[in-house]
Design a protein around this ligand. Structure first.
Ligand code: PGA
Length: 255
C-alpha cells in the first residue's frame, strides 16, 4: 500500500554550481517521460537550489534540499530554515541522513524536530534511517530501526501526518558503495516499518517506503521489482546523468 514511486538524486557535496547546472541540463535532455504517479527529485546542495530550480521549471522534475533547521527564523547562524526553503519553492527535504547523524550533528530528537518543521512548512520530508555495520553484525538492526523510527516520529500519531512523510531506509553499511545492497533485508525493514507505522496510527494507510545505499545501474532493476520498495535515494550514481536516467528507467519499467 503506497502512494507514489519516488526516486531522489542526493548530490551531497559533490558539485559546484556550474557542474550542478550542467548535470541538470543533461538530465532534462535525457529523462524519459514518466507518469503522474512517479516523482523524480533532485537534491543539490543549498547554494545551487536557485539555479537548479531555474533549470527545471518547465519539466516534471522536483527539487529537494538535503537538510533544514528546526526553527523557522531567528538568530541561528549558518542554518537554513524550512520556511526559507518553502519560500524558494522547494518541495522535498532530506531529514536524518546517516552522514549527518554520524558526526553527532543529529540525534533522534533533532530528527524529530526537523520532521515537524518540514511538515509545518508544507515540505515533504524524506525521513532517513538505518543501522551501521556494527549494529547489523551484533544483530541489532530491528532494535535500531525501531528506535530511530519511534524517536523521529515522536508525537506524530495521525495517519494524515504520517502519510505525508517518505520513509527511506538507508543501511549505513551500504551507503557510498561500501557493499552490495540486499533486497531481502530491505523488504524485512519495509515490513517492520509498516508495522511500526500502522501501530502508531492504529490503522492502515498509504505511504511511500524507499531504499538508499549504493543504488546503481546494476541493481536498480532488482530493487524496483520489489512490491515493498517504492523508490530509491541515489547518491554517487545520481551525479552521472546516464546512470541516474537508467535508474529512473528501471523504476519506470517495473511500475
Ligand atoms: P550512495 O548514497 O548511493 O552513494 O550509496 C546514497 C545516500 O547516501 O543517499
Amino acid at each position: 500500500m503506497h502512494r507514489e514511486r519516488t526516486i531522489i538524486g542526493n548530490w551531497k557535496a559533490f558539485l559546484t554550481i556550474p557542474q550542478a547546472e550542467a548535470l541538470t541540463r543533461h538530465l532534462v535532455a535525457g529523462m524519459p517521460a514518466f507518469p503522474d504517479g512517479m516523482q523524480v527529485v533532485l537534491a543539490p546542495s543549498f547554494e545551487a537550489l536557485t539555479e537548479i530550480k531555474e533549470e527545471i521549471t518547465t519539466t516534471p522534475l522536483k527539487l529537494g534540499a538535503q537538510d533544514l533547521f528546526w526553527e523557522d527564523q531567528g538568530s541561528f547562524t549558518g542554518e537554513v530554515s524550512g520556511r526559507a526553503l518553502a519560500a524558494l519553492g522547494i518541495e522535498y527535504v532530506l531529514v536524518g541522513h546517516s552522514e549527518r547523524r554520524q558526526f553527532g550533528y543529529e540525534t533522534d530528537g533533532i530528527v524529530n524536530k526537523k520532521l515537524v518543521a518540514a511538515l509545518r512548512n508544507n515540505l515533504t520530508p524524506v525521513f532517513l534511517f538505518g543501522e551501521t555495520r556494527i549494529e547489523r553484525d551484533e544483530g541489532k538492526t530491528e532494535e535500531v530501526i525501531t528506535r530511530q523510527v519511534a524517536g523521529g516520529l515522536s508525537g506524530m500519531e495521525s495517519d494524515e501526518l504520517l502519510s505525508k512523510i517518505i520513509y527511506a531506509y538507508e543501511p549505513v553499511w551500504a551507503v557510498g558503495g561500501k557493499a552490495a545492497n540486499d533486497v531481502a533485508a530491505t523488504e524485512a525493514i519495509a515490513r517492520l516499518t509498516r508495522e511500526l507505522l500502522f501501530e502508531k496510527a492504529k490503522k492502515e494507510f498509504a505511504y511511500t517506503f524507499i531504499y538508499g545505499g549504493s543504488v546503481d545501474t546494476t541493481n536498480a532493476a532488482s530493487i524496483a521489482r520489489s512490491s515493498l520498495i517504492h523508490g530509491a535515494v541515489v547518491g554517487r550514481a545520481s551525479v552521472d546523468p546516464a546512470a541516474f536516467i537508467s535508474i529512473v528507467q528501471a523504476f519506470l519499467s517495473s511500475a
